[in-house]
Design a protein around this ligand. Sequence first.
Ligand SMILES: [Zn+2]
Length: 344
Amino acid sequence: MIARKAIVISIDGLAAFYWTDPSARMSGLRALAERGVVAARMETVFPSTTWPTHASLVTGVAPDRHGVVGNSILNRRTWTPEDLTGDPVYDAPDLLRAPTVYDHAHAAGLTTAAIDWPATRNSPSLHFNLPFFKDQRVFETQTARAVWAELAALGYPLDRQGEWAQLPKRFLKDAMVADLASHVWHRWAPRLLLVHFLCVDSLQHLHGPRSPEAYWAIDYVDGLIQRFVATLPADELGGRTALFVVSDHGFLPVAREIRPNARLRELGVLRADAAGRVASRRSPPGGGARLRLRGRRSGRCDRLHAALSRQSRSPADAPRQRRVLPGGGCVHRARTGARDGSKP
Ligand SMILES: [Zn+2]
């Protein structure tokens, strides 16, 4: 039988190594896997942070094509940092430059729904959408009125949405996401449902990979998925509906911290004021570091790249990408060495 409906569940920050780690119990997912197929691993996109990866999961193209090139960006028109996580700035049509699977489904006349999926704010292609917000104000101003009314009718604490989005309390929101997924499946009967859980990522940010808290979160989300699946008709999966469980990136422990400002000052690409404070820093937060040189000066970019590469202790630390910009200047990108991910 060919499945006519699809559910895509993303467990944020669930590294592939957990699948072979006996401390990560995941009894529900392991039982599901026995009925289905499992990929040994999945290669994520660069940069491997939440907003770019989730945009790639639904568009099928890399960040340079869909345009969500980081969890946060430096707006080159205004020279101001913009945090994309929690969709505080852009609606989905203004952020995504490639069509998504839910755009195609919607265009084909299918009902679509998303719960907590990144980069979906005010998407016209989703019949039901509770976007991934981190901020109470954004939640209150950017959630469709009909969705707001539906959440209120279900008794969810609408005044806690911002608070429950914070890392230590995010597990509370994940429980709501699971129950809402069940409600939406039965009330809206979507042909495509996207669901995103974050607390595995949140607790690894706070406590690190393979920590007791990480294992707890993995088992907790596994339990939420079991709870959701139990509300589906017994023969739903594997027949009418295909269930995909995916992740966006893993985590690595912090081995060392790099503080590059002193070296960059020596190299003459970073200015400091009289008190020693950085005067030219405009870098937005996120799980990577970018060095953007302004202006066209021949050889400067090459010298900087060579200097940073020499500085690196291993090839893995060296700048990952180097790109000369059309308007002059160049961009060097490197992993910060902290985690193979960043703020959700
Ligand atoms: Zn993530």
